[in-house]
Design a protein around this ligand. Structure first.
Ligand code: NDP
Length: 259
């Protein structure tokens, strides 16, 4: 049996109904993993589920708004009712900067909305997953994977997008702290830092010739990333192969940070 066989495992992927989250869900499912896709839009959830190959892994969808703790609690209950366990939690749902502006003009509302989704949302989702994983570990079943989708913005100075960068840098620290705290339960915690990836979030930017002309020469692999480029890292993290790998920040950026 391959060390990357995920048969019998279950993963939650927030924002799994599109973009990077869907790339992760598809790759996990193709390795036999049950996947539970959480997103706010039920139709999008269903369309995403329809893209999964019919394999040993089952697919469940759940309407969930990660900013709402009650919604997350209900989604975790529904997932556990469906699969009986959650082995991996990919806290991937996030929103982008949406119209950059000078810091001195940043509104309270923009700041709060960003943190409510990109940071508070991960807190709600990780806490629900960690409660389940630690409970299972106490009963002798020590396996868990917490994964946050962070961003290169957590490393670079991203002018006029400081609220987004702030949430993502916090995720790196959150993962490191959880890696230390939850290690004794067999739970690892890692962050994935995507570079420039084609998705709904970036479609406006990538349709802008000036942006493309500026950024592309700085990407050694000379292409923007695709959601499917995140399948390999997700399968690795979910598998036994990563059992000694925790507290890391995986940069998946086509070499952008090398410049
Ligand atoms: P998309 O816009 O394609 O995906 C975002 C997903 O998040 C959607 O599935 C959306 O589903 C979900 N979502 C947003 N808000 C909520 C919410 N409150 N509750 C539940 N789900 C929510 O963008 P990407 O795939 O690009 O983004 C995925 C992650 O990757 C984000 O965290 C983003 O910050 C990060 N990232 C992306 C980069 C890129 O270049 N694309 C670069 C670096 C990081 P729905 O609308 O149905 O709720």
């Amino acid at each position: 049996m391959s060390i990357f066989d995920l048969t019998g495992r279950t993963a939650v992927i927030t924002g799994g109904n599109g973009g990077i989250g869907l790339g992760i869900a598809q790759a996990l499912n193709a390795q036999g993993c049950n996947v539970s896709i959480w997103g706010r839009n039920g139709d999008k959830n269903k369309s995403a589920a329809a893209t999964m190959s019919a394999g040993p892994g089952r697919v469940h969808t759940q309407i969930c708004d990660v900013t709402d703790p009650a919604s997350v609690k209900a989604a975790m209950k529904a997932t556990l009712d469906t699969f009986g366990r959650v082995d991996g939690c990919f806290a991937n749902a996030g929103i982008g900067g949406g119209g950059r502006r000078a810091f001195i003009d940043r509104t309270e509302e923009e700041w709060r909305k960003m943190f409510a989704t990109n940071l508070d949302g991960v807190f709600h989702v990780f806490q629900a997953a960690a409660r389940h994983m630690t409970e299972r570990a106490e009963a002798g079943d020590k396996f868990g994977r917490l994964v946050a989708t962070s961003s290169l913005a957590s490393l670079f100075g991203t002018a006029r997008n400081e609220h987004y960068a702030g949430t993502k840098a916090a995720l790196n620290a959150l993962c490191r702290a959880l890696a230390v705290e939850l290690a004794r339960y067999g739970v690892t915690a890692n962050a994935i830092l995507p570079g420039w990836i084609k998705s709904d979030m970036t479609s406006g930017l990538m349709a802008n010739d000036k942006f493309v002309a500026n950024v592309m020469p700085r990407i050694p692999l000379r292409r923007f990333g695709e959601p499917g480029d995140f399948g390999g890292i997700a399968v690795y993290i979910m598998s036994q192969a990563s059992s000694y790998h925790t507290a890391d920040c995986f940069v998946i950026d086509g070499g952008y940070t090398a410049f």
